[in-house]
Design a protein. Sequence first.
Length: 257
Amino acid sequence: MTQRILVTGAAGKIGSMLRPRLARPDRTLRLLDVAPLEPSSGEEVVTGSVSDLEVVRAACEGADAVVHLAGRSGEAPWPEILSHNIDGTFTVLEAARLAGVTRVVFASSNHAVGFRPAGEEAPDYAFPRPDTFYGVSKVTGEALGSLYHDRHGMDVVCLRIGTCTPRPPTERSLATWLSPDDCARLVEASLSAPSPGFRVVWGISANTRARFSLAEARALGYEPRDDAERYADEVSPAGELDRTYVGGSFCAVKEAR
Ligand code: 15L
């Protein structure tokens, strides 16, 4: 039977890297974004916003799971964070519930705990310590996921993604990098683990310099294969905040823009 996965924010950076990596002969990827997209074979496109309940509900019809990536991907003025990230995540969970979709994989972020000291091992489920309004939106998304699990029995897996780029750009990312291939492995594990319930796991590759627990991600079936260390000679040097906090330069934001 063909599996159908709804991917929100599919035109974004992570969505674009995941599309070819999640493609399977027995799977349809239904791509939702406000930006126009050209479907490849095995893909369907829905154009619309994650803040529009009717659009997302229709997009959820017949889906087996949702991979929720949509939203601002860094700090933004509060009204934007509120509508695109916080209300967007509520809308996705509510639409999934109304359509009977029982599993949501949520792209959370290291910035949910960005003010943690960078030198300490970060455990799974580390208590929220957001570094920005953006980080607050990720904490809120995790809290909504917890509620939808406890209240409605949905499986919600929150991925605290580090730096998901083709190569690690900075010295900080030698610890925080999540390679695109490992990202796909983690999403795949989150989609296929039997009855995961509510989880908060780190989305990090097997980086030599990482100080993030991968125990909970591994318990889902994730086996990272990449290590940022092989790019150590190419990265730009770390700044003071990168050495101090998990969230690095995000911790410098002072103004509610
Ligand atoms: C994130 O959550 C952002 O979306 C991304 O742009 C990077 O800043 C990344 O975290 C990071 O911390 O490197």
